[in-house]
Design a protein around this ligand. Structure first.
Ligand SMILES: *Cc1c(COP(=O)(O)O)cnc(C)c1O
Length: 387
């Protein structure tokens, strides 16, 4: 057998492999699994978006290669949405690029900015792509622990200035997966101060900017970076419009950074299928009532899960955003032990916090992407587990 590249061999082991094995065993035993593991909405894509896609598929003009950076109409729809939503002005010509899902852009960002041994600041727990892709480029991830006592925000004072001097990019993600926390204005101001002082490009992952509750409205980091000098922001249509399978997102902000990522991408992909871009335009500019309905649904589920966990002695507060509940495992368990125990005994699947980085150890994540009936059933089953 041909030996694969060492960069492949060096990818850290897949941390969910143990859980997958337990799931398979539980299924074999005939357990009915209730899976809170995947962050993928169970709600279908709104009908107006599907209808637009169907029309666009019939048009042969959309069957050819799209432009690399996205159709101008799509980028214009993004700029208009940004203006309306955040009062931020974007030039669709050079401050917006379409992505094949935001994960694609996030994954390629280190390839545009990180040389061997360059430092990228990475939050932990966090979306695993930030760290793994930094490692694959030969870069050096510097972990910023997100601790409960700091509201799961990185503590910049703890980062040595020798590291900040060398760091080139910093990933941030608020509202946050997996912790469900959000950032306040003061945190964005402090982040911008760090970026200016140490010349660091902030890559803000805003996948959950539209999924918020209790009157909280997430902000764009570009509201704080008025001249768009230090930041790019990644957005996804996946979560807002229940379009995870469609693969469309976008990056906006500093035009050099947007263009460098775009330049890299011309050598990798050939853009987003135009019919999907038309569907994306419909999502951003069409009737938004589906977003409100989705949020109400998630809010109800959030309350059920939080109340349920509190009733069995696992204390959690209601997150103001995202569709995740981040909770401490009971005393005496590691994340993996606890998750394995509830799969084995009750067929309840949650994600071990350690899967999101070492700093996630001691926690588990519940994704409220299953219906209320199943959530109620899961809570009843959890009541039978002895911790
Ligand atoms: C879901 C998710 C993404 C990726 O979304 P796509 O646009 O579907 O690629 C990116 N970042 C975070 C934190 C996510 O949870």
């Amino acid at each position: 057998m041909v030996k694969p590249a060492s960069r492949i061999e060096n990818i850290p082991p897949y941390l969910f492999a143990r859980i997958d094995k337990k799931k398979a065993e539980a299924r074999k035993k005939g357990l009915d699994l209730i899976d809170f593991g995947v962050g993928d909405p169970d709600i279908p894509t709104p009908q107006n978006i599907i209808t637009r896609m169907k029309e666009a598929v019939d048009d042969s003009a959309n069957h050819r290669y799209p432009s690399y950076e996205g159709m101008f109409e799509f980028r214009k729809a993004v700029a208009d949405w940004y203006k309306k939503r955040f009062s931020v002005d974007l030039n669709p010509a050079d401050e917006v690029v379409a992505l094949i899902g935001s994960k694609e852009g996030i994954a390629h960002m280190p390839w545009a900015y990180i040389d061997n041994d360059d430092i990228a600041l990475i939050p932990s727990p966090g979306y695993p792509v930030y760290k793994i892709m930094t490692l694959l480029t030969g870069g050096n991830p510097y972990i910023m622990p997100l601790k409960e006592e700091n509201h799961f925000l990185p503590k910049y004072d703890d980062i040595p200035s020798s590291i900040l001097d060398k760091a080139k990019i910093m990933f941030l993600n608020y509202p946050n997966n997996p912790t469900g926390t959000h950032a306040d204005d003061d945190f964005y101001e402090r982040s911008l101060w760090i970026a200016r002082e140490y010349d660091i490009l902030i890559c803000h992952d805003a996948a959950y900017s539209e999924i918020a509750y209790d009157g909280y409205t997430p902000r764009s980091i570009l509201e704080f970076d008025k001249n768009k000098k230090y930041c790019v922001e990644f957005h996804s249509l996946s979560k807002t419009y229940c379009m995870t399978g469609w693969r469309i997102g976008f990056v906006v902000g500093n035009k050099e950074a947007v263009s460098n990522l775009g330049k890299l991408k011309t050598n990798i992909d050939s853009g987003v299928f135009q019919a999907i871009q038309y569907a994306g335009i419909e999502a951003l500019t069409g009737d938004q009532s589906s977003v409100e309905i989705m949020k109400k649904t998630f809010q109800k589920r959030r309350d059920m899960v939080v109340n349920g966990l509190n009733s069995i002695g696992i204390h959690v507060e209601k997150p103001k955003a995202t569709f995740y509940i981040w909770a401490k495992v009971p005393k005496g368990y590691t994340s993996a032990d606890f998750c394995e125990k509830i799969i084995e005994e009750q067929g309840i699947v949650v994600t071990p916090g350690s899967g999101f980085g070492e700093e996630g150890e001691g926690y588990f994540r519940i994704s409220i992407t299953i219906n209320e009936k199943r959530i109620a059933e899961a809570i009843e089953r959890l009541k039978m587990v002895r911790f």
